[in-house]
Design a protein around this ligand. Sequence first.
Ligand code: ADP
Length: 300
Amino acid sequence: KGPDPDLVAIAERMATVKHKILVLSGKGGVGKSTFSAQISYALAAMDFQVGLLDIDICGPSIPKMLGLEGQEIHQSNLGWSPVYVESNLGVMSIGFMLPNPDEAVIWRGPRKNGLIKQFLKDVYWGELDFLVVDAPPGTSDEHISIVQFLQATGIDGAIIVTTPQQVSLIDVRKEVSFCKKVGVEVLGVVENMSGLCQSLTDFKFMKLTENGEQKDVSKEVLKLMQEKAPELLELIASTEIFDSSAGGAARMCTEMGVVFLGKVPLDPQLCKAAEEGRSCFADQKCSVSSPALKSIIEKL
Ligand code: ADP
């Protein structure tokens, strides 16, 4: 029996991709897609050629996070063309193929595997320095497929995103175990939503007025705090939202012998950038989370 023609086709496509990185998480909602989107923006800003592949078939949030909602994939004689955010940042997601973003994708394993195979086989990325793959949470069909399809051409490794809560950390152990079982290196673990954003100036304080409207009273609140209780400002800045008494992801990494890549704070500006489909590196607004993300990238 000769080699699997699909795997041969994938290997040919991936021959022009230098580094392939999987972004994983044990649970949903921990910020995996936000992280994938923002590191892709950051790598593109560093002049790398970047591809972002969203294989979260049931919940593709990458199009929205890069401001690409409503975009469609085009075909060329070279294959499916990614949707470009910038000339050096191309994106591919099932989100571009769905006629209605509100519609649920109810697919069984084989169909999901088929689409992942097609993404790897048929998308024409051209020369890429990095292919960032945003996987769904957990360890299911999609994960087994992507690893199996990419392994012949090599995967650099996986980054695991978690929040500091125990329930999320427990699932990180499962992700690490999955990587070990399938032979994918764990590049490291990122603790997201770790502590409050250090600057209260990033927060919006809204007051409900008598006629039911919301009024932004942030300036007044900050002024009052600065005058009356500056200690309180400091205290809030170092507040942990989630209980970190057990040592969080850093401690768990030491126990498991994997690299701890760093923390990204809970940052309303980062959330806003993700909601609006913007890079948090483009302006000076994500003043706490963007340096945190940059330092993580430098460690890779
Ligand atoms: P996942 O991909 O793990 O399901 P998402 O990336 O979709 O999670 O993030 C869930 C929500 O949390 C999004 O609204 C996102 O904007 C927000 N979010 C993620 N990380 C942060 C952060 N560090 N600070 C503030 N909001 C965040």
